[in-house]
Design a protein around this ligand. Sequence first.
Ligand code: NDX
Length: 256
Amino acid sequence: SMQCLPGLVLALSSLLGALALLQLSLYLRVPSRYGKHEERLCRPRGRLPARCAWFLQELPSFLVPALLLALRSPPRLEPLGCRLLCCLFCWHYFYRTFIYPFFTRGRPFPLQLLFFGMLFCIYNGFLQGYYLIYCAEYPNDWCTDIRFTSGLLLFLLGMGINIHSDLLLRQLRKPGEVTYKIPQGGLFTYVSGANYFGEIVEWFGFAIATWSPPAFAFAFFTLCCIGPRAYHHHRYYLKTFTDYPKSRKALIPFIF
Ligand code: NDX
């Protein structure tokens, strides 16, 4: 049966950190090509409806850790922290896999990115799940440790912001519409990338609560992946709408 290989965890976490840097260097100058940054003349055959694409892409991030948690024998009952943290991770991806896609009004998604996105979700789902189920060691009172409680709070706050902002974006369109409008309300009052800000806060909260290399590597990856995207969204809005609110920042309220 499976057991903890600390070297494997460290290697996979480092690779995730390296991928994050690669993304940062790729996507600071040009945005990743989906949604509003997709090139106009892209072949329609190379795409899948947003609904299927997001479902397929995110599913492994739910399934892999959920299976690791369910199938471990003997089941890991102690300490409580590990199962709780693994459930938080699965909870986010339950939303992203089974709820978000069914309401999205996004444009068809490029197959090529879907493929890489899915690979990424398998990789990360395995790394986070494997670490929490087979490797993590916490003292029995971890659930009252300041890192766990403050991290959990940030996670919940970030998830709330993310889900609320996704909802506000969705309401900008009627079903079938594919045009872009100026997002209003919630944290969009302050930043163009409110959904991304929420997601980043969420995963840094998770990293603090988990206090582990894999979780910090993933938070850093998230920052490098959607941070630049928030910046490109911001530039797109400034270019497209002359009446775009001047005081709005790209990603971090009042700062950047
Ligand atoms: N999926 C994370 N890298 C990614 C897909 C792309 O979950 O090769 C990372 C995720 C993947 C990426 C994933 C990993 C890295 C990949 C990358 C592609 C290339 C890259 C594989 C897996 C890669 C290397 C080199 C390392 C191998 O029509 P539309 O779609 O634009 O409509 C949008 C709509 N909308 C508007 N509607 C009206 N008016 C407006 N002004 C509108 N603005 C937007 O709202 C969408 O339907 C919807 C949301 O759009 P947008 O662009 O704001 O968000 P989106 O980027 O689609 O993300 C959706 C949610 C969001 O909550 C975000 O926080 C979360 O997913 N997310 C997204 C990406 C990654 C991630 C979280 C994470 O890293 N944690």
